[in-house]
Design a binder for this molecule. Structure first.
Ligand SMILES: *Cc1c(COP(=O)(O)O)cnc(C)c1O
Length: 382
């Protein structure tokens, strides 16, 4: 089976991890700081906080923005459940904003309308989680302008999009948000096995997230309620978690970062070849957001004929092609249904789900494999 996504691990990656295993520090040590600095520099963010997953990063990002009981978090229904769950972890309510049918990202027009209505009813969200579906930035300039008019904070869930570009700047620089989150899960653009990072230009948000990833503890005497009892002393200021990233993960991440440009270049070539090879078939190709250059985490086709969705999906799997589906609308998950959501609530995301298929795209996909995939899709659809 040709997987829809998978990691690429080099001999350099293996050596980097091995070096850490022979060193004095196995978790949150000097290599972690280097990894954070390298990613922050790469995306032009002032601060980076590495954690054990993007899910954890989303959680501490919400906490740093004071999301709590009585608050509302809005996100796209077309995302991995973690983009919504982070609000629930904090005791907040979650709601969704339907997607743009071309880019599959949170729709700025729908957001504008929903915010205007929420302002009238006094139910404005505290934070919006804007997801970079497939690696392509949403219309962040507009989304942030709309949100800021209502003093709503923004987290970019850029789990798919390290290396992507938006309006001439690298995603992660937080030019249109308070905090941006990356994932380093093996199917994402670069990997640390499990891992994530929160980027911000706000020093106080960064300091809070650093504490929250490690039990809410500080060793900085300036932050303590009284002078340290002695050299051993630390204080717990907030209720935090153990979301630390290990040195092994950080070493892998740092080594993967060196290969980021090569991974992106290969993904772009493959995506362009899909655009050409799939033209003329009865399906819709991925739409482009003006000013955005995708990292091409996913290549999603949508069938013109939704009634053939399952049959086409199963035929491609039977042909050895590890197609997948990103995403089942979050509001239709049983957990969210139990909170009151129902089919029909977000019709664009639901229509997307009825016809979307993610076809294989990763940096080690070969031309021969891609030709096989294109031939199979052509056979199934004609
Ligand atoms: C993968 C993913 C996450 C979660 O990432 P982890 O690092 O596995 O916790 C969150 N949001 C989106 C959009 C993702 O694709």
């Amino acid at each position: 089976m040709i997987p829809y996504g998978r990691q690429v691990i080099s001999e350099d990656d293996i050596r980097a991890v091995e070096t850490v295993l022979r060193s004095d520090h196995l978790t949150q040590g000097p290599v972690l700081s280097r990894f954070e600095d390298a990613v922050a520099l790469h995306v032009s963010a002032a601060h980076a906080v590495a954690v054990n997953s993007a899910t954890s990063a989303l959680h501490i990002a919400c906490l740093a923005l004071d999301v709590g009981p009585g608050d509302l978090l809005w996100t796209s229904p077309n995302t991995f459940v973690a983009s919504a769950n982070c609000g629930r972890y904090c005791g907040a309510e979650v709601d969704f904003v339907d997607i743009d049918p071309e880019t599959f990202n949170l729709c700025a027009d729908a957001l504008e309308e929903k915010l205007a209505f929420a302002a009238l009813t006094g139910r404005l969200p505290k934070v919006i989680v804007a997801v970079h579906m497939c690696g392509q930035s949403p219309d962040m300039a507009r989304i942030s302008a709309i949100a800021r008019a209502y003093e709503v904070r923004i987290i970019e869930d850029a789990s798919h999009s390290i290396g992507a570009n938006y309006l001439g700047a690298r995603v992660g620089g937080c030019l249109h948000s308070d905090i941006t989150v990356f994932s380093f899960h093996p199917v994402k653009i670069i990997t640390t096995a499990e891992g994530g990072m929160a980027l911000t230009n706000d020093a106080s948000l960064a300091a809070r997230m650093e504490r929250l990833r490690s039990h809410g503890i500080t060793r900085d005497s300036a932050l303590m309620t009284h002078a340290p009892d002695g050299p051993w002393y630390y204080q717990q200021l907030d209720l935090g978690w153990n979301y630390r990233m290990t040195e092994l993960q950080a070493a892998l991440g740092l080594s993967q970062l060196d290969q980021l440009d090569a991974f992106l270049a290969r993904r772009r070539v493959l995506a362009d070849a899909y655009d050409v090879g799939l033209k003329g078939l009865p399906l819709y190709l991925p739409g482009r957001q003006a000013g955005a250059h995708s990292s091409w985490h996913l290549y999603v086709i949508r069938l013109n004929d939704a009634t053939r969705h399952r049959a086409v999906f199963e035929a491609l799997r039977a042909d050895g092609i590890g197609v997948n589906l990103h995403y089942i609308p979050v509001h239709l998950q049983p957990y969210y249904r139990a909170l009151g959501f129902a089919p029909g609530d977000f019709p664009v995301a639901e229509d997307y789900y009825s016809r979307a298929i993610s076809i294989p795209l990763h940096a080690e996909l070969t031309d021969v494999e891609q030709a096989h995939i294109l031939a199979a899709i052509g056979r199934v659809l004609t």
